[in-house]
Structures are given as C-alpha cells and as structure tokens.
Design a protein around this ligand. Structure first.
Ligand SMILES: N[C@@H](CCC(=O)N[C@@H](CS)C(=O)NCC(=O)O)C(=O)O
Length: 181
C-alpha cells in the first residue's frame, strides 16, 4: 500500500494511522508545494492533493479522514482503535466530520495569520533561550559530552553561563530588534 504525501502535511494523519495499525506501507513523499509535479499522485488523486492512498490491487482513495476510517474498518478489527459498536462508529465519524468542517480551517487560518508572529516569536525565543544555557538545549549537552570524550576541556554550567552572557545574550538582544521590533 502506498501513502502519498510528506508527513508534515495532512498525510501525517494517515501515516500515523498506518503505524498504529502496524500496516506495511510505502510513503511517497510528495510535498504539498509540488503536488502537480507528481504525475504519479495526480493519477491517484486528480485533485492533486495529499494525502492519497493506493492499494496494491489498484483501489485508490483521497481525503485524509476517509482514508483513516477506511483503514480502521479494513484492518482494525482486532485492535483497540476499532469502534466496538455502531454508536462508537458513529461518534468516530461525528468527531472526524466536526474537526474537518468546523475546526480545521478557522484554526489553520488563525495560526497562519493573526497568530503567525506569536508562533515565530515563541519558536525563536525557545531556540535562543535554549542556546543561552546548557540545560535549555539537549544538543548543547551532546556537544559538551562529545568534546569531553575527545579530551577537550569544556566549561562548567556557570562557566558556560559567563560565555553565554557575554556572547549569546547580546546577540539575542540584537536579533530581537532585527526581527521582532
Ligand atoms: N480535506 C483534504 C485536504 C487536502 C489538502 O488540502 N492537502 C494539502 C496538503 S496538507 C495539499 O495537498 N495542498 C496542495 C495544494 O493545495 O496544491 C484532506 O484532509 O485530505
């Protein structure tokens, strides 16, 4: 079975479901910015949208939630994901429709418009603050451990804070003004 679409798109839902169900599958990583450049995808979904599913027997399906509900009906019987009754099945359908029709679009619009600068500030802030301390950033620990393993003397936490206050904090202030003032 093939699932078209990179995981960082709505295809992520279907890839997640395939994994939850333990299904063997191939991910064809079509990017959402290049859907029309993939004749293979357009053949499976003439709307040129991801995700799309292609079964070995030739059956094809698009719409992420339709794919997920289909996969559970087909493969989920012995798993806790499958609805135990008609009512549970109806509730799964209800939540799927509700999120798709009532929540997804307004939420995405909010995240990509009004909240976009807030999200950028949070992301940049966490990266900078992570870099400012050893403890805020796992890669810092990794670099410290690798360097020490090679016999290079690394600063202690407080030593690092001295370097960080002298170099990274002024940089942090400059970056804040350049990007967010
Ligand atoms: N309702 C559809 C939405 C599909 C959709 O819009 N996919 C986006 C990526 S997340 C896409 O293919 N965009 C490419 C384009 O619009 O050209 C679903 O849930 O599968």
């Amino acid at each position: 079975m093939k699932i078209y679409g990179i995981p960082q798109s709505r295809a992520g839902r279907c890839l997640w479901m395939a994994r939850e169900l333990g299904l063997e599958h191939e991910n064809v990583p079509v990017h959402f910015r290049a859907t029309r450049d993939s004749p293979e995808l357009v053949k499976v979904n003439p709307n040129a949208r991801i995700p799309a599913l292609e079964e070995p027997g030739g059956f094809t399906l698009h719409e992420s939630m339709a794919i997920n509900l289909y996969l559970v009906k087909k493969h989920g019987a012995a798993t806790p994901i499958a609805p135990a009754s008609l009512e549970e099945d109806a509730l799964a359908t209800q939540w799927s429709f509700w999120v798709m029709t009532e929540i997804e679009k307004p939420l995405l619009t909010l995240l990509m418009t009004t909240l976009a600068p807030t999200l950028a500030a949070i992301s940049a802030g966490s990266v900078f603050m992570g870099a400012n301390t050893y403890i805020g950033n796992a890669p810092n620990f990794m670099v410290k451990a690798i360097a020490e393993d090679r016999g290079i003397k690394m600063p202690s936490f407080f030593g690092y804070m001295l370097w960080s206050c002298g170099i990274l904090v002024p940089l942090f202030v400059v970056m804040t003004f350049v990007w967010f003032a």
